[in-house]
Design a protein. Structure first.
Length: 228
C-alpha cells in the first residue's frame, strides 16, 4: 500500500475538504471521506490535535510546514475565536463524544483544553503570534483550576469530579505538565485506583460502552465486561 506523503494528503484534506473549516476555523466531531460533516458537534480537541500533528510532522523542517500556512493560521485563529477568557463560547463535546460542556456554566473538559493549549503553542512555534500564545496562557490558567486532588474530568459551575483516562494526555503527548509534576502523579494514581479493572483501563468512571451489539443496539453492560 502506498503511504508516502499520507500526512500531507491529510493536511490538504483538512484545509480543502472539511466542510465549513475555512469559514469557522475549527473541526467538528466527524466527517465523511468526501469532507461533508457526519456529525456537527463542536469538539475542541480536534482542531488542537491537527495543529499538534502538523507541528510534530514538520518540527525538523519548519519551512516545509509553512506550505500549510493557511491551515495553521485558520486553525489557531479558530480556537482563539471560540474562547472567551475561561471557557469555550460554544457547547463542546468531549473526546469520547458522549458528554457536553456548556458555555453558560463556564464548563470545559480538561483534555479538550490541554489539546488546544498544545495546538496553539505548536502553531506559535511555526508562525509566531502573540494572540495565540496569550490565549494558550489563559487556557493554562484555567486548566490549573481543574486540579482538585487530581485533574477532574471537567470543571465549571457544575464540575464533574470523576477521573478520566484522557488526563494522561496532559503529560503525553501534549506535555502541558512534566511527568513528575505532583498534580500529574496524583492524577495517574487516581486513574490506577479507579480505572484499572480486570487488566484493562476504562475510559472514565462508570464507563458503560462495551462495543457489544444486539439487533443494532449497544448493550452497554460495562467496559471490560467479559463473557464466558
Amino acid at each position: 500500500m502506498e503511504i508516502n506523503h499520507v500526512q500531507e494528503k491529510f493536511f490538504n484534506w483538512c484545509l480543502n475538504r472539511a466542510e465549513g473549516f475555512k469559514k469557522d476555523g475549527v473541526f467538528y466531531e466527524k466527517y465523511y471521506p468526501n469532507g461533508l460533516k457526519a456529525a456537527g458537534n463542536f469538539q475542541p480537541d480536534q482542531t488542537g490535535s491537527v495543529l499538534f500533528a502538523l507541528w510534530h510532522h514538520y518540527k525538523n523542517n519548519i519551512d516545509k510546514a509553512l506550505e500549510f500556512h493557511d491551515l495553521i493560521k485558520i486553525s489557531a485563529d479558530g480556537i482563539c475565536n471560540v474562547w472567551e477568557k475561561d471557557h469555550f463560547t460554544r457547547v463542546t463535546s468531549d473526546l469520547w463524544e458522549e458528554r457536553f460542556c456548556f458555555p453558560d456554566l463556564n464548563e470545559n473538559f480538561s483534555y479538550s483544553i490541554g489539546a488546544c493549549i498544545k495546538g496553539l503553542r505548536c502553531a506559535n512555534e511555526l508562525i509566531p503570534n502573540k494572540k495565540w500564545i496569550d490565549t494558550a496562557s489563559e487556557m493554562k490558567h484555567r486548566l490549573d483550576k481543574h486540579f482538585m486532588e487530581y485533574f477532574i474530568r471537567s470543571y465549571g459551575e457544575i464540575p464533574d469530579k470523576r477521573i478520566d483516562a484522557s488526563i494522561i494526555g496532559l503529560v503525553y503527548p501534549f506535555k502541558i505538565y512534566d511527568a513528575d509534576d505532583s498534580k500529574i502523579v496524583a492524577s495517574i494514581n487516581e486513574i490506577e485506583k479507579k480505572l484499572l479493572i480486570n487488566g484493562g483501563v476504562h475510559r472514565y468512571e462508570h464507563d458503560e460502552y462495551d462495543g457489544w451489539m444486539h439487533e443494532m443496539h449497544h448493550r452497554k453492560k460495562g467496559a471490560g465486561h467479559g463473557r464466558s
